[in-house]
Design a binder for this molecule. Structure first.
Ligand code: SF4
Length: 333
């Protein structure tokens, strides 16, 4: 496609327009001088749906390491030799302490992650008990967990869990390059079941694992069909001891990363677009530009990688001219 055509499309952006694969690819390949036009188009949608709010989430790793799956990027995978802390059940002190922090600091949401792909009903009931306790304050909770049975999903729903994170990670055709112990279609099936049960969905991916621009577009097209409430876009942080430790990440320039985030905003404009892992590395010092498009971030690190502290994060948001979202509790919903 001609650059001129894409620029005209962006300058006269019509939200009802469904981007084709060809158009989306052309956006990812726009030259640097077109960046402002792209950010302006995506930024209008950000302002329309999210105002000046930045939703800040805190992440607690409830179960760490010893996963049976071989996801190439993950420090917790069965192939990883990364030096991480491993445990089956985080202490109550840590979990409830983090939940209090979410409430005290008025963060948007408490995200809890569990390594592993299958869980027993007894394990899910144990998790449901802990969720019930945290829900007493009305905290918004999202859980990143493997594949649930419908019965287990209902147990968590009944406990008050609001949202589940289940990422697509990459495109269907690229997926076997990063994981062979489960399939992309199993992920899609799981997401469909969770939707049927009535969960809000958080569903995104990882950029920089060796995929093509076409893979990024294919993944975003599938995400567009799912219409998740939240779309976390992670930029690969190669971890020593994982299969992607030596992955060349020179293509992850701030300009390219911004293009991916803009494309996500154009394709799912009403969703929270979260710049997840990699924010502190790939966007350091350019947060005001980032927030023109993105309305959601993590504070205090990722599952096995550190991050920025909460107070520093809130200050950075204010300095950029935005406000940390004081999240709706259940009562305000
Ligand atoms: S991403 Fe999840 S399923 Fe894959 S190895 Fe890591 S913990 Fe296991």
């Amino acid at each position: 496609m001609e650059i001129k055509e894409i620029l005209t499309l962006l300058e006269n952006w019509d939200e009802t327009h469904v981007l084709t694969k060809e158009e989306a690819l052309a956006i990812l390949e726009l030259p640097e001088e077109a960046e402002e036009t792209l950010i302006a188009a995506a930024g209008k949608l950000r302002t329309k749906y999210k105002g000046k709010k930045v939703s800040v989430q805190l992440l607690t790793n409830v179960r760490s390491g010893n996963c049976s799956q071989n996801c190439a990027y993950c420090a917790q995978s069965c192939e990883s030799h990364a030096a991480i802390e491993k445990y089956r059940r985080v202490s109550d002190e840590k979990l409830y302490g983090d939940n209090d922090l979410v409430d005290d600091k008025h963060l948007a949401r408490h995200c809890i992650g569990l390594s592993g792909i299958r869980f027993t009903d007894a394990e899910i009931e144990d998790l449901a008990c802990r969720i019930r306790k945290m829900k007493k304050n009305g905290t918004q909770i999202c859980c990143s967990i493997g594949f649930l049975t419908e019965k287990q999903a209902l147990m968590l729903k009944e406990a008050g869990l609001n949202r589940i994170n289940h990422n697509l990670n990459s495109s269907r055709s690229f997926y076997p390059n990063i994981c062979t112990t489960h399939t992309y279609d199993q992920r899609i099936e799981n997401i469909r079941m969770l939707r049927r049960v009535g969960f809000e969905m958080c569903c995104g991916g990882i950029i920089g694992m060796g995929e093509s621009h076409g893979d990024v577009v294919d993944m975003l097209m599938d995400i567009r069909e799912i219409r998740p409430e939240s779309v976390p876009i992670n930029f690969l942080l190669p971890i020593e001891g994982t299969r992607l430790a030596d992955r060349d990440i020179s293509g992850l320039t701030p300009q390219y990363c911004m293009k991916v985030l803009c494309l996500a905003r154009l394709m799912v404009p009403q969703s929270d677009i979260r710049c997840a892992a990699g924010r502190e590395v790939y966007f350091k010092g350019i947060e005001p530009t980032l927030f023109r498009v993105v309305d959601s971030i993590f504070a205090s690190g990722y599952l096995t990688a550190g991050g920025q502290g909460i107070d520093d994060t809130m200050k950075m948001i204010a300095d950029a001219g935005y406000c940390g979202e004081i999240e709706s509790t259940d009562e305000e919903e």
